[in-house]
Design a protein around this ligand. Sequence first.
Ligand code: GLV
Ligand code: GLV
Length: 327
Amino acid sequence: MDKKVFVTHALPGERILALSAHCDMNVWLGPGLLAAEALREELAGCQGLLCLLTDRIDRELVEAMPQLKFVSSMSVGVDHVDVAALTERGIPLGHTPGVLVETTADTTFALLLAAARRIVEADRFVRQGEWRRENRWSPDFFTGKDVEGATLGIVGLGAIGQAVARRAAAFGMQVQAWNRSPRQLPGISLVELDTLLQSSDFVSLHLPLTAETCGLLDARRIALMKPGAVLVNTARGGIVDERALAEALASGALFAAGIDVFEEEPVPEDHPLLGLPNVVLAPHIGSATARTRARMADIAADNAIAALSGEPMPHCVNPEVYRRGPD
Ligand code: GLV
Ligand code: GLV
């Protein structure tokens, strides 16, 4: 009998069709996202799960599914999954690195430029008729911050951080970086995190959210940032103390921020960043182009197909599960 696989959303790409040929596949077709309770019901009896970053795969869920043999997430980040709970059971977890690198670096730069040059604030000004009403064009009208000649501090010099560094170099920025393990790259000086924060005009985060990076940019470190600096976060909201960030932006200690990710998503209505004019906001769209999302879905499907065929997943977060003998 075919193995049962549950997919928590209709997916783009072509490989999902190939996956359906390998298993008895059920897909949640909405409306909306699958609630946690419904996921638990749908997953009962399934050997495989293909999920999104919006699905919470916690220890309780993993332990309630004794038949579960693999999980494939259509995301590069896996902070929504209890990886240790899967690894203990020898269950491989797939993710989708690589294909979203350039797209996410573009989003980072879009937010960086929009925050530096107040593009969203200016759009609102024109759209709401303020420009016509006041006709107050002047030499200091909507003045922002220059990018050319500024120093960009990249926190986390993995593939996305490096792709952002390439863009920054083309914009005439000086690039410095901090990485948990030292990584030498031409044109990028490696510095300590606190030094980076003190000496960067722009700071961009490119780390996964883990126990070590959670709250890394806390109130103390935000206070270290150069006066008038800009923070860009396309990584994970939990890396930043959002309340301390909002205070630094409201007081003018920081010039602006571009934020694509939040500790809680969707972001709550009363979130302190939402009321600030100097924050450019986006709803976690770092990898959101049709081509990249299709490529991510294809990798997620290929990870699942490999698991169903008894082969190692091509992109596995916890490959140590393949090194142990059978339980
Ligand atoms: C996006 O945030 C991802 O992890 O793929
Ligand atoms: C700007 O449009 C200028 O002409 O200086």
